[in-house]
Design a protein around this ligand. Structure first.
Ligand code: ADP
Ligand code: MG
Ligand code: ZN
Length: 487
């Protein structure tokens, strides 16, 4: 029955831009968790009468960067329009947005979902607007019900990225949303911190008989503030609509919210109550002419984007596509990796393994960002070099890395201070091995009687005697010889 219907999904993504000042005034754009409420505000962003907006060049530049990264055309003549509606978080009674002349139009992104299915998703437009203030609702307190408002967010530049209805599964929606987030982070225009609300999703969902090309009636799920909510709400809505159509019913066009506690969508307003925004050109701003030289100059300094970097990591460094995917997902990680590779003589894939296996473990454990890590890429490269040169065994090297991570000391200093240099001298090791075998006659006998698992235990004793510094291959050979009586 499900197969008889095809889901169709288009997405609107709101991304706050990481500019120094707001969209139409000089107020600072602050991390919402750092600024006191209502401290970064002025007559323009609080909508006082007579205050006049001016266009933030940095915001336009970032919008152009995103437009180019999404393969869009950048309009020569863009403009702003008033979108009129009444809501307490909107002091002017209208939002300055873009209507018929957005900064960017007609782009696309290619993504591969988690099941390995490729999707080509067209981007309809990306336009600039201003964020609203933030309301905080309080219910049933000693002072009754009330709301507080923080205008710090009001006027923060917002880029809305609108896709064509080109997605046909929750998996495609997830792949698209994560790709957009990855690109925004690579460009440095948005932190991607979903829990801080700097990136917000809306999914428009409809379902149609498979084979049909007409669009079905859609519902729009607002304010999806996590990937989990996005995927669950989309999947829920596909199922709900499919069941209604299969039972011969019709879909009501409406705006929905997502109840993350009960895991259901709920109606917020129906089409009859849809807004008429009465768009008209913003009379307080001139048209926005975007010179081609400026676009070309921005295009020239666009960073290498994640997909291109991933492909290059495979081709240039011989990484597996899985490792390349992990190492290129974040620009700071990819930069770190490439710096370490430049400082290292061996195979780049070895650096990749150390980063993914060991450094990522420490970063996650202590919740440290790669930019804040005290291990420089060059120091990591030298540490791996010590392993390659036989000066450190793997386990000691991991311990040294833990110490470098904690203190920022160099690998050489830690190895010298702790006397961790690997013992490769067979004479010295042979003596230790002989002692271990002599001290543990029962275990040695058990091994000789065929209980081979005892070997690992005896190796453990050798490692203990050497405080982990024995070169494992040499020690293993000597122990085997000792047990087989040929030392
Ligand atoms: P609005 O601005 O009123 O939300 P738009 O027509 O601009 O409406 O569409 C917004 C988003 O909804 C776009 O991403 C578009 O692809 C998607 N969309 C429009 N119609 C449908 C539909 N029938 N099914 C699924 N998505 C749709
Ligand atoms: Mg919409
Ligand atoms: Zn302001």
């Amino acid at each position: 029955m499900i197969e008889a219907y095809e889901p169709v999904i288009g997405m609107e993504i709101h991304a706050e831009l990481h500019t120094r000042s707001k969209m139409f005034c000089g107020c600072a754009v602050m991390d919402a968790t750092l600024a006191e409420p209502n401290t970064t505000i002025c007559p323009v962003c609080t909508g006082l009468p007579g205050a006049l907006p001016t266009i933030n060049r940095e915001a336009v530049e970032q919008a152009i960067m995103v437009g180019l990264a999404l393969n869009c055309q950048i309009n020569t003549c863009a403009g702003f329009a008033r979108k009129n509606y009444f809501y307490p978080d909107l002091p002017k009674g209208y939002q300055i947005s873009q209507y018929d002349a957005p900064v960017a139009t007609a782009g696309w992104v290619d993504v591969v979902d988690e099941e390995g299915v490729a999707h080509h998703i067209r981007v309809r437009r990306a336009h600039l607007e201003e964020d609203t203030a933030k309301l905080f609702h309080f219910y049933a307190t000693n002072d009754g019900d009330y709301a507080l408002i923080d205008f710090n967010r009001c006027g923060v530049p917002l880029l809305e990225i609108v896709s064509e209805p080109d997605m046909h599964s929750a998996a495609a929606v997830y792949a698209y949303a994560t790709k957009i987030r990855e690109i925004l982070r690579y460009l440095g225009v948005n932190s991607g911190d979903m829990e801080k609300g700097v990136l917000r999703f809306e999914a428009n969902v409809s379902v149609r008989p498979r084979g049909s090309t007409a669009l079905g009636t859609r519902t729009e799920i607002k304010n999806l503030n996590s990937f989990r909510a996005l995927v669950m709400a989309t999947a829920y809505e596909i199922e709900r609509q499919t069941a209604i159509l299969a039972a011969g019913g019709t879909i009501v066009q409406e705006t929905l919210g997502w109840d993350a506690v009960r895991n259901v969508t709920f109606s917020q307003r129906s089409k009859e109550h849809a807004h008429d925004y009465r768009y008209f050109p913003e009379p307080d701003l001139p048209p926005l002419y975007i010179e081609r030289e400026w676009v070309a100059e921005i295009a020239a300094r666009l960073p290498e984007l994640p997909d291109a970097r991933r492909a290059r990591f495979v081709a240039e460094y011989g990484l597996t596509s899985q490792d390349a995917r992990v190492l290129a997902a974040e620009r700071a990680v990819a930069d770190y990796f490439e710096r370490a590779v430049r400082a290292y003589r061996g195979a780049p894939a070895t650096v990749g393994k150390w980063l993914i296996g060991e450094l990522f473990y420490l970063l996650n454990r202590d919740n440290v960002a790669i930019d804040a890590v005290r291990v420089s890429p060059e120091a990591l490269a030298r540490l791996i070099g010590l392993v390659d040169a036989g000066k450190l065994n793997q386990n000691s090297a991991k311990a040294v890395l833990g110490e470098m991570f904690a203190t920022g000391a160099t690998p050489e200093a830690i190895v010298a201070a702790k006397g961790l240099v690997q013992i490769t001298d067979s004479e010295q090791l042979a003596a230790i091995v002989r002692r271990v075998v002599a001290d543990n006659p029962e275990q040695a006998a058990a091994y000789r009687a065929g209980k081979v698992t005892v070997f690992q235990w005896l190796m453990g004793q050798v490692m203990r005697e050497t405080r982990g510094r024995a070169a494992p291959e040499v020690a293993r050979r000597l122990l085997r010889n000792a047990l087989d009586g040929e030392i």
